[in-house]
Design a protein around this ligand. Structure first.
Ligand SMILES: Nc1ncnc2c1ncn2[C@@H]1O[C@H](COP(=O)(O)OP(=O)(O)OP(=O)(O)O)[C@@H](O)[C@H]1O
Ligand SMILES: [Mg+2]
Length: 313
């Protein structure tokens, strides 16, 4: 805007000029406000997207949790049912064993019916094993733990395993290595259950070495090279962890099987119940311990257990 045209007064011209300048400022302000609003909308959209992803994630987590709870409930109901069934069939099973024994006594040594009877008693023995394992698996573990010397317990079980190896006539050497443990480790435990867990591990090791090998029982503090759990071998409560392991130079376990070995009833053995390791896991975890397994096909297997212990016990 330069000079005012003739028919417009100077005042009018000034007012128009002022109005024009003002409108330009308004326009700029409006544009700035629009841009910042646009930015805000973009941010809100981004935030919405992020929240949406979070929501989807927590929904998926919730669904997974619900599935887990349902699975736990089903397992608990199944456990209860199997415990009841196991309990109910224990007595008739025992009686059948007694009757089969009496029948066997009545048969002459060369009687061909002995073979048939043998099949019946083999079946009974397997059923008995399933029933006993089911009862161990489903029964609650004592909460009143006693002081147990882990080195003495391992020593005793290693000796028992040697007797079993002899009975089976296998060429297996049992090695005990308790030297890494400087002192007799006393843990608070249910001695019977802990005994059962270690025996299960030793029996698995023996069964994996059909052609002989070495079974090693070890006791020590945390492992330098150990499994995944070693980094936190000292827990937040200041507990120390004692480690014991049972290893063999047997068949080893392939990857696919390794994922399932702690599942109840998973077995690759004709006369196995598949409850051995499920029982071991339950026992170790009820002692606030952890279990780790390393295995290589054709080389062997090592099961490592960590249990908390405290110096002043
Ligand atoms: N030391 C081992 N070496 C090789 N395979 C093993 C070893 N320990 C366990 N397994 C595998 O894991 C499976 C499950 O073991 P688990 O002890 O639970 O049951 P099981 O030994 O088959 O039966 P049970 O313990 O009732 O006699 C075994 O069938 C076997 O395939
Ligand atoms: Mg077993």
């Amino acid at each position: 805007m330069t000079d005012a045209p003739q028919h417009i007064t100077a005042e009018m011209f000034e007012a128009l000029k002022q109005a024009f300048d003002n409108s330009q400022v308004m326009f700029e302000l409006g544009e700035r406000a629009y841009r910042s609003l646009q930015e805000e909308v973009k941010n809100v959209n981004l935030e919405l997207e992020r929240k949406n992803i979070e929501l989807q994630k927590s929904l998926a987590e919730r669904e997974a949790l619900e599935r887990e709870v349902l699975q736990a409930k089903t397992m608990a109901a199944l456990g209860e049912m199997s415990a009841t069934v196991a309990h109910e069939i224990r007595n008739p099973l025992g009686a059948m064993g007694v009757w089969a024994g009496l029948l066997e006594r009545d048969l002459e040594p060369g009687d061909p019916r002995r073979k048939t009877l043998g099949k019946i008693t083999d079946g009974l023995a397997k059923l008995n094993k399933i029933v006993l394992n089911l009862l161990v698996y489903t029964r609650p573990i004592s909460t009143e733990f006693r002081r147990v010397r882990l080195d003495a317990l391992l020593d005793e079980i290693a000796d028992f395993t040697e007797i079993e190896i002899e009975r089976l006539g296998r060429d297996i050497t049992v090695e005990k290595n308790f030297t890494a443990a400087e002192k007799p480790y006393v843990i608070m435990a249910d001695p019977e259950k802990m005994n059962q867990a270690i025996i299960n591990l030793c029996l698995n090791a023996v069964q994996a070495m059909e052609d002989g090998g070495t079974l090693r029982v070890e006791l020590g503090e945390k492992r330098e090279d150990g499994g995944e759990n070693v980094d936190d071998a000292n827990d937040a409560g200041g507990n120390n962890y004692i480690m014991f392991s049972v290893s063999d130079t047997g068949s080893g376990i392939d990857r696919e099987h390794l994922k399932k070995i702690f599942d109840p009833f998973f077995t690759t053995k004709e006369d196995g119940t598949g409850l051995g390791l499920a029982i071991v896991k339950k026992i170790i975890e009820s002692h606030h311990g952890r279990i780790d397994i390393k295995s290589e096909v054709g080389i062997g297997t090592e099961v490592i257990c960590y249990l908390p212990y405290s110096e002043d016990k």
